[in-house]
Design a protein around this ligand. Structure first.
Ligand code: ZN
Length: 251
C-alpha cells in the first residue's frame, strides 16, 4: 500500500513537471523560436564537423595555407580537353632556342640550368615550348599517320594518339607556359623534385588521368609560379583541383 502511494506521488510530481514545462513553452514562444532557429545552425555545424573528421585533417590545412594568388592569374590559365586555348598568343622569348612565354624565360633558364647540373648529357634538354594551334594540328596528324602507316586503322590511331596528344586548341603548349624536357637518363624523379622551386609542376601525373584527361607524362612541365607549384606538389593536386580549391576559397 505504501509502495503504491509512493508511485502515485512520483507520478503526480511528473505530471506537475510536464505541465510546468508545457506551460513555460506555451508562454514564451520567443524562447522556443530561438531554439528552433538554432537547430539548423547546430545541425550544420555538426555535419561540417563530421565532414572534417571523416576527411583527413590536412584538408583544413590546405585551405588555411593556400597561396595568396587568384584563379584568374595569367600563370594559372587552364587549357585542357574541356577548356580551349583563349587564342591570346603570348609574347615569346627563347630558352635554348625553344620559344616560351617571355614572362617565364628567366624561370625556365634557371630550371634548365639545374637540370643540366643534374645531368650533363646533351640529350637531356629542352625539347618543346610554345606551340601554335596549327603546329598542334600537324603534330596530331603526324602521329596518327605514323600509326596508320604501321597498319592501325585511322579511327583506332586517332583514339590512341588522343590519349597523349591533345587536339589542336586544347594543348597547354599554346599558352607558352608548358615545356617538355627530354628524359634521356633516369633523373626524371630528381627533376620533378626540384621543379617547384622554379615554379614548375609535373602536369600529368599517374593516377590523375581522370582529372587531367591525359595519361602520365614525366617530361611535360607547366609553369604556375613558385608558391602555387610548391603547394600543389606538396598536396598532390592537379591544376584542375587547385583552381577548384582557389575558387571555393574566394567564394
Ligand atoms: Zn608537353
Amino acid at each position: 500500500m505504501r509502495r503504491n502511494k509512493g508511485i502515485l506521488v512520483v507520478l503526480q510530481l511528473l505530471a506537475i513537471v510536464i505541465a510546468l514545462v508545457g506551460f513555460y513553452i506555451f508562454l514564451s514562444p520567443r524562447d522556443f523560436r530561438v531554439t528552433t532557429d538554432e537547430s539548423p545552425r547546430l545541425s550544420t555545424s555538426s555535419s561540417s564537423m563530421a565532414v572534417t573528421s571523416s576527411s583527413s585533417s590536412s584538408n583544413k590545412e590546405e585551405t588555411d595555407a593556400l597561396p595568396d594568388v587568384s584563379p584568374n592569374d595569367w600563370e594559372l590559365v587552364l587549357v585542357n580537353r574541356d577548356y580551349a586555348f583563349n587564342n591570346v598568343v603570348p609574347e615569346l622569348g627563347y630558352v635554348e632556342g625553344i620559344p616560351v612565354d617571355q614572362r617565364i624565360v628567366e624561370a625556365t633558364t634557371q630550371f634548365m640550368a639545374a637540370v643540366h647540373a643534374l645531368d650533363a648529357d646533351p640529350l637531356q634538354r629542352l625539347y618543346s615550348g610554345y606551340r601554335s594551334v596549327e603546329e598542334q594540328a600537324a603534330l596530331f596528324q603526324t602521329r596518327v599517320a605514323e600509326l596508320v602507316a604501321g597498319g592501325t586503322s585511322e579511327e583506332e590511331a586517332t583514339t590512341i594518339v588522343s590519349q597523349t596528344v591533345l587536339p589542336a586548341g586544347h594543348s597547354e603548349h599554346h599558352t607558352g607556359l608548358a615545356i617538355d624536357i627530354m628524359r634521356y637518363s633516369d633523373v626524371a624523379k630528381e627533376i620533378a623534385a626540384m621543379a617547384p622551386e622554379h615554379g614548375f609542376i609535373l602536369r600529368y601525373t599517374k593516377g590523375a588521368e581522370h582529372i587531367t584527361g591525359v595519361s602520365e607524362e614525366n617530361w611535360h612541365y607547366r609553369y604556375v609560379g613558385v608558391a602555387s607549384a610548391k603547394y600543389m606538389t606538396e598536396h598532390q593536386l592537379t591544376l584542375e583541383e587547385y583552381l577548384d580549391l582557389l575558387r571555393s576559397k574566394n567564394r
